[in-house]
Write a protein that binds this ligand. Structure first.
Ligand code: PMP
Length: 391
């Protein structure tokens, strides 16, 4: 049988990360530093809150925007943690993960041909989601010598009359880079001058290790420009619950709610009950997990630098992004050969955009024991390549 499918669907490329998962899943004894998700199980009291809601029979839809109590807790959380005020009734939307939050936000703001700035290396979903919304992704390549931080002049140079928005991600996936308040203020000046909308993906905001975190919406003058996207997957170790957050001025939120109610109706009810508990009592667990990630980050970056793969110290998230140029291999060759020869799965930097070439992404959200073994294997691999190069 043959049917004509949409050009959009036909032209979408499968994610470059998938290929390595498929290859690794057919092999035994692989240590995976590939997946971007916490290795912790969601805190017990959060799971218990979900179980209780089921026992009490809460199995129906919630309000389209999410349970009122969850929106209230979310607004309180954003106030407490990031000092930003949102009205829970009109400015907060509970979504199916940050993934749907990005999708609904882009669909709300983009007209055909509108350009959206994407700062590379970037999360693999941004460009396809822009395309699905009818927009044109415009990549900006950040530089390793700037720790992959967007420079205001790079942003300004990429703008055209069709630029509508920018997706900002701090802490960043895949580089772990965190923008300071001052760095965000300098970007904000350009945003203000050219009247851009900023989708601020703050999904890793709870995992910032060395400095206080500033939300982009809290930068002076940016509240009205910002659609804040967050969620429970990373900081609260709740990837499977599929819950995200949008907080934004009503001007953006009301139309987003229309799209959300037709496409999703509401986020899963039992997950929403769990999330209420996560926001009420999860802070201690988040702190513990963060402490553990920080130790692992320190270990993995030190190991990479010692084996001659230069690695900047990522300020947040749970990814190390070492340079592999010393091996003379492309990032794809490195990842493929490492997997086949030493059974360690990493992600080639090239899947995150052109400027990711020459790097690999390694998630350190895996046990210390596995990390030590993975680092031994990578060191052996690098030494072997070094010898081959010199021969
Ligand atoms: N944004 C970034 C930067 C991410 O890394 C991820 C998950 N890998 C998401 C959004 C999507 O998260 P969620 O599970 O909330 O859909």
């Amino acid at each position: 049988m043959s049917f004509t499918l949409s050009h959009t669907a036909q032209n979408l490329q499968p994610s470059g990360i998938r290929k390595f998962f498929d290859l690794a899943s057919g092999m035994e004894g692989v240590i995976s530093l590939g997946v971007g998700e916490p290795d912790f199980v969601t805190a017990w009291q959060v799971r218990e809150a979900c179980i209780r809601s089921l026992e009490e029979g809460y199995t129906a839809y919630t309000a389209n925007a999410g349970l009122p109590v969850l929106r209230r807790e979310t607004a309180k959380y954003l106030q407490r943690r990031f000092d930003i005020t949102y009205n829970p009734d009109t400015q907060v939307l509970i979504t199916v993960g940050a993934s749907q939050a990005l999708d609904v936000a882009l669909r709300t703001i983009i007209n055909p041909g509108d350009e959206v700035i994407i700062i590379e290396p970037s999360f693999v979903s941004y460009a396809p989601l822009v395309v699905l919304a009818g927009g044109v992704p415009v990549p900006i390549s950040t530089k390793p010598e700037n720790d992959f931080k967007l420079q205001p002049e790079e942003l300004e140079a990429a703008l055209t009359i069709r630029t509508k928005a920018m997706i900002l991600c701090s802490p960043n996936n895949p580089t772990g880079t965190v923008l300071s308040k001052e760095e965000q203020e300098r970007i904000a000046a350009v945003v203000k001058r050219y009247n851009l909308i900023v989708l601020s993906d703050e999904i890793y905001a709870e995992l910032v290790y060395d400095e206080p975190y500033t939300s982009f919406a809290a930068i002076e003058g940016m509240y009205e420009h910002t659609i804040l996207i967050s969620g429970f997957s990373k900081g609260f170790a709740m990837t499977g619950w599929r819950l995200g957050i949008i907080a934004a001025p009503e001007f953006f939120l009301a139309p987003m709610l229309k799209i959300h109610q037709y496409t999703l109706m509401c986020a899963p009810t039992m997950s929403q009950f769990a999330a209420v508990e996560a926001l009420r009592s999860g802070e201690r667990d988040v702190k513990e997990m963060k402490k553990s990630y920080r130790q692992r980050r320190n270990f993995i970056t030190k190991s990479f630098n010692e084996m001659g793969l230069s690695c900047h110290i990522p300020g947040g998230a749970f990814y190390a992004f070492p340079s592999i140029t010393a091996t003379g291999l492309s990032s794809e060759q490195f990842a493929e050969q490492l997997l086949l020869e030493e059974k360690v799965a990493v992600v080639p930097g090239s899947v995150f955009g052109e400027s990711g070439e020459g790097f690999i992404r390694c998630s350190y959200a895996t046990s210390m024991e596995q990390l030590i073994e993975a680092m031994n294997r990578i060191a052996r691999f690098v030494q072997k390549k070094d010898k081959t190069q010199r021969a």
